[in-house]
Design a protein around this ligand. Sequence first.
Ligand code: G16
Length: 538
Amino acid sequence: MFEVVKTTPYNDQKMGTAGLRKKSKVVMQQNYFENFLQSIFNVINPQGKTFVVGGDGRFYNDIAIQKLIKMAVANGVKKLIIGQKGYLSTPASSNLILKRHTDGAFVLTASHNPGGENGDFGIKYATETGGQCSGAVSDKIYEQSKQISEYKIYTADDINLEKLGTQKLGDMEIEIINPINDYVEMMAGIFDFDAIKKLFANGFTVVFDAMNAVTGPYAIEIFENILGAKKGSVKNAIPMKDFGGLHPDPNLVYAKELLATMFGDNAPDFGAANDGDGDRNMILGKKFFVTPSDSLAILTDHYNLIPAYKNGIYGVAKSMATSTAVERVAKKHNIGYYEVPTGWKYFVNLMDSKRITFCGEESFGTGSSHIREKDGIWAILFWLNIIAATGKSVEQITREHWAKYGRSYYMRFDFDGIATDVANELMKNLENKISSLNGKTLGSFKVALAEVFTYKDPVDFSETTNGMRIVMDDGSRIVFRLSGTSSSGATLRVYLEKIEHNNLDAQSRDMVDELLKIAMDVAEIENRTGKKEADLTT
Ligand code: G16
């Protein structure tokens, strides 16, 4: 039975850098999820269309998926392709959009944010491009959500999400698929699986931390079952609603267990982790951490070792806040190079127009045009393929890279939980004075460029401003921006980079110390937020 349910708007359903991200308890409010989904449907007209549906298994996923199914029937959707148990990683869903030529996807995830009833929930909406919807579309959805007065739903029993195969609800077809198979097939088509199998057969050891989130089953299949890594190499492999209390953000602060293993005695040769929905990655060697910015540069430099890229790549892009390590690689290889605002969606036009093949961000995201999202397992397989082909360790590969291209010492300082108006004021104040810093001397640095970062998309010519940067005449940089993925309050991110060609063995914290002082001072961080230091440093 179809029902039209009266509702009232919530006025806070504006998507951030990657979809809508809120506290679970906010999303659990009456009609909250329904309002947002109906707002999307009202904008995209879903009649006769096919969508991929899945999530990272977090709290409320099961309930939200059932609501989504019933609302899809009532809104005339033709078909939903759903991962078994409602599981699909973000990269797997992007692959399915492209492979099955669907009209888009709904991925229920708050990515690297913690889960559970007191954690976060989120909804990513992707289009037929395989990537998340544009800012213009999300603005329209936000406008709808502020006016919404009713939503449509079909009354029926819940669908069994365990049972593979096709079933019908009303006039809509529902296909429940194995969430892993298509993804594995894609990875096997990109990398030299035989070379990686040999590497493991020769005793190479690895530990992969799935952080009790969605990539556990993918990692067991790929690393252990197919490639032959020792059983038990994949840790925290079973997706849990609250991620077993872990914060599924693969970085130096939250991947504690993995770091203890990799920096302990008898560390394996290689360590890696993914985030909640499997699009972020962290790479470690024995007692050695690779920054995401370096990882992008190193992968790009070694493209010719990978079967799918050995005939050449178009170019590479990074978010502005990401270090310039990859810029030096792009110059050397004479390939296209682009700098975009933070948010994977800005890479999509560059990939579709064959301007780039690889892209990455400092926030532990790396990927290529095989899909239109960043891809955690792809990055790990890329590293394993390089190691298999060169016989070198993670540390050796990285140190040789620094010797060849110089080292970008790079750190990010996050000031969390700032009241939104205080954060906005801080940014406004900085914006007002940023251009006056041009040519000035700050400490031992001379400013070469100080500006609000503005990006003009070369394909659709849309303009986006995102954060500010101060570039010194030796290439060192300070970048300021507000996070677009906080579920409440505001987070100020300060990104620091110092480039060195000779001094390659220092501590990053020492190398960026003066830049940090300048950043604190210029942005009046302590004065305005009361914070003497960052809450989180990665
Ligand atoms: C999302 C986007 C990324 C972006 C990140 C930035 O990541 O998909 O492209 O780099 O947010 O986050 P913030 O705005 O907080 O700096 P994810 O993994 O959360 O989807």
